[in-house]
Write a protein that binds this ligand. Sequence first.
Ligand code: ZN
Length: 657
Amino acid sequence: MRSLWNNKEAAQCSDDLDLRVYSSRLLGREPSLVLHGGGNTSVKLSEKNILGESETLLYVKGSGWDLESIDRPGFSPVRLDHLIRLADLEALSDPQMVNELKTHMTVSSAPTPSVEAILHAILPFKYVDHTHADALVTITNTPDGRERIDRIYGDDTVIVPYIMPGFDLARLCAVEFKKQRSVKTIGMILMNHGVFSFGETARESYERMIELVTRAERYLETQGAWKLAIPDVSVADTALRQKLAPLRRALSDAAGAPMIMHTRRVAQTLGFARRDDVAEISQQGPATPDHVIRTKRVPLLGRDVRTFAEQYRAYFERHAPRAREPKTMLDAAPRVILDPEFGMACAGRTAKDAGIVKDIYLHTIDVILRATRLGGYRALPAQDLFDMEYWDLEQAKLRKTGAPPAFTGEIALVTGAATGIGRACVTSLLARGAAVVGLDRNPAIETLHAHADYLGLLCDVTDASAVEAALERAITNFGGLDMLILNAGVFPQSRAIVESDTDQWRETLEVNLTSNLVLLRSAHPLLKLAPNGGRVVIIGSKNVHAPGPGAGAYSASKAALNQLMRVAAIEWGTDGIRINAIHPDAVFDTGLWTPDLIQARAQHYGLSVEQYKKRNILNVEVASRDVAELAAEMCGALFAKTTGAQVPVDGGDIRVI
Ligand code: ZN
């Protein structure tokens, strides 16, 4: 591990808190030190209060902030004196502790201070850094971890046996620190948990962390337990979606809500899942206890979700009676699945959650493999992990958002999604919490949105093999398919029937009709597995009911698609799949319309562009967003008992009515 400290960057910091922000971010940049909200840092500063009195404040990381992106408001100022006095109490419950932390902050809008705040307070150094470094937890999670730590650090660190984070840990650390501290002490090792470093400057504390972790890494190296060869396994590229989608359905059933499932079929995960000893080494527990919140205690081996759920229930019933207060069981679905065919799948209520599980478990695999080389991986006993998993304060962190958006955990696919109505559909579905796959032959599709919930794929929907590949990507990325918005379409140049061009006719039917048949056929087995029932929305056209001259190919293709929708509604009802159509008209903010074309049509009717755009009974302009919002609603609860329906979004048209 190398220090990322840069004097030039550090010189731009205006004060000690700025330096705290700077070196916290340096820690956050290294995923083998901290992952997703793990770790915390602090600085003790003297300030004048509103009465002009001087007091020392502990600025400690607030919960909900990641070290990688933390900023000044991410640190909560708490009165240091009070924290130090708290550490002398015999006992303090977790809710009491949080109450004390919150009521002794000097900024009422600051985030809730880290539950490790008292621990930071009792360490008599200006800067304190804490990480769950991979190398440290690798060594401490072995049968003779304690002796190894003694050998590596000697008197340079205080060593604290495992105890659950919170007040009891702070108190134990205070005792052990007083007992073990020497002039050489630069840090503190928390067995099976992580490491603290401290110093009088931001740089000193940070570089001591790097030094302590580097020593652990070097030790692993000398023991032949550092370098991990890439496993020699063949990574097939055979289709997996018919196997993954039923697994995701089983996960969702066990969880009681739709789940996102992200699959990682690479040499690292396949190699791990195929090891002869995988049943032993993977069933020990997480590398550091707070991972249990994300990953659960152990992964599912293979695909028997039901047995996993039964075992999870038994684990709960075994440990819950011993807890201090009554516990409510969390859902019984696994979060990590190891399988010799697909490597690893990670589950979460959102794509972001599943991504966090993936990041954590990829690190866990390496920790387990190195510890195994060192003499055996041994995580904490199940009771300790249960206490962490069911810790009120940790559960509160996950519960902090209210009811999730309607489509949380569900996956939608939208065709023609780079522009106009399709693009608006992506936005409407994302806003309702769905993970969305957008297809388009416009390369802009790939970068439409830059977050975990979105996957944009370059795909010509008339190319059946490209569509198959897109479905495969969608399912390996998100686990299944719940909603399908068939929007891609072309509006060919106007031609009277007598002047019609057979190639143009064929091409129009290919895009607007046949490609949808192919996609519907391929998507059916996936939609059938949707936990809340599959939903399809066809973006039709006013022309279905009110065709115009010169639009033979377009009108015929959309009318045929509409009829296909009606047949699908009849055929697929017993599979729990609903399919409905929307007939928009005069939506001008789409790829089909150019300003010139709008101008020409307006002129044709002897109207201004403005008048032409509102040429309907309600005298309103219809935008892509209006169509998209209806399409999204049609996938939701309002339309739960509607299939085979057609709804116009056209401001009212006398010929349609
Ligand atoms: Zn910690």
